[in-house]
Design a protein around this ligand. Structure first.
Ligand code: DNO
Length: 347
């Protein structure tokens, strides 16, 4: 594996020069944030992003994410044009030699939390989720009552989208995902780009919307939809670790043996009730995820791809983008690196 770090482009309060000072970080995970969802990404814009990252002594290793337009997930007739645009973006990545694309297939909402700054006993704060709090959210106000989603959808727009999904159950969503991958994976393969779907976070249905990438069998079904090496997953320990029925080391081993883990997001969570959890510091002892065993599975199955420390807490008075401050993610990077070194020396 090689270590990477997520950077939100020029608007990120963390400069690349600081990322460069975290020992062992080689790659940057980033995206274009000013392209409307569904429009193709131009090679020039991506090239500019890559140049800024190169100038800092790092490389653009992963695009996370090119968002998938809702019409593709809904299977609307406009999807063919949108998928063609998606393929154009993938080709642009290939021309620039960016090897991995992380994306997700979650209807309407991407990752969801009900609290962005839950105080932990040590005085730090972390992201948290509680289904009871989610059920109390009134979507008649659009996304304005949702932590982290304030201005995303107005009330009318959100209601129309939710209504459109009433006809899409989980099996239809699988069909729409297959339709998308059947067209994009061959292009990715030719462009030498590996597709890495991100699991649903949290890994269960929210607001009655279908969510299909939640458990080990879902990941295996996904890779079978288009059975090509370019069709793989982002192994996100925090997302998958929010379900007690996910045996993460076993899942990492199975998918790793299939050669379908193209990216690893590593962090820890503590499950505190049914559909209730909060994020914790990265070390295994701090939460419910056995990161050492996950990394060992990745190591044993020959994982050579990018890994990044995922969400960190807010510590040392830092005020940053929820989950994406510098300090705790840097601690996470050191922890992951130490584990990997230990595992490698054991062999
Ligand atoms: C949250 C992230 C996700 C992820 C997307 C990938 O912190 O892990 O937002 O980037 O789901 O498409």
């Amino acid at each position: 594996m090689y270590l990477t770090f997520r950077w939100f482009g020029a608007a990120d309060p963390i400069p690349l020069a600081h990322i460069r000072q975290i020992p062992g970080i080689r790659g940057v995970v980033s995206a274009l944030y000013d392209v409307p969802v569904g429009a193709p990404w131009s090679r020039e814009q991506l090239e500019r992003l890559g140049r800024d990252i190169d100038a800092a002594g790092l490389t653009l290793a992963v695009v996370e994410s090119i968002p998938v337009h809702e019409d593709i997930k809904l299977g609307r007739p406009t999807r063919d044009r949108l998928i063609a645009n998606y393929c154009e973006s993938v080709r642009a990545m290939g021309e620039l030699g960016i090897p991995v694309l992380c994306y997700n297939f979650m209807p309407v909402f991407d990752w969801m939390r009900t609290e962005l700054a839950m105080p932990l006993a040590d005085g730090s704060t972390a992201l948290a989720y509680d289904d009871r709090a989610l059920r109390a959210v009134n979507l008649a106000h659009g996304t304005s009552d949702l932590p982290g989603w304030a201005a995303t959808y107005g009330p009318g727009e959100l209601q129309a989208l939710l209504a459109a999904y009433r006809d899409v159950d989980t099996e239809r969503l699988w069909d729409h995902l297959a339709y998308f991958l059947e067209r994009v994976v061959p292009v990715a393969e030719e462009a030498r780009v590996r597709m890495a779907i991100h699991p649903d976070d949290p890994p269960w249905s929210i607001f009655g919307l279908p969510r299909i990438i939640c458990r080990g069998p879902d990941l295996e079904r996904l890779v079978g939809l288009v059975d090509r090496p370019a069709n793989g997953v982002t192994f996100c320990t925090g997302s998958l670790g929010a379900r007690p029925d996910n045996d993460l080391p076993a899942m990492a081993r199975r998918l790793g043996e299939m050669g379908r883990i193209h990216f690893a997001h590593c962090r820890n969570v503590r499950i505190t009730g049914e559909h209730q959890f909060h994020e914790t510091p990265h070390p295994s002892a701090c939460g419910g995820v056995d990161l050492r065993e996950v990394l060992r599975a990745l190591h044993d199955t020959g994982f050579t791809g990018p890994m990044r420390p995922d969400h960190g807490r807010m510590i040392w008075g830092e005020r940053g983008r929820p989950g994406y401050g510098l300090y705790d993610r840097a601690l996470g990077a050191m922890y992951l690196q130490g584990l990997w070194e230990g595992i490698s020396n054991d062999q």
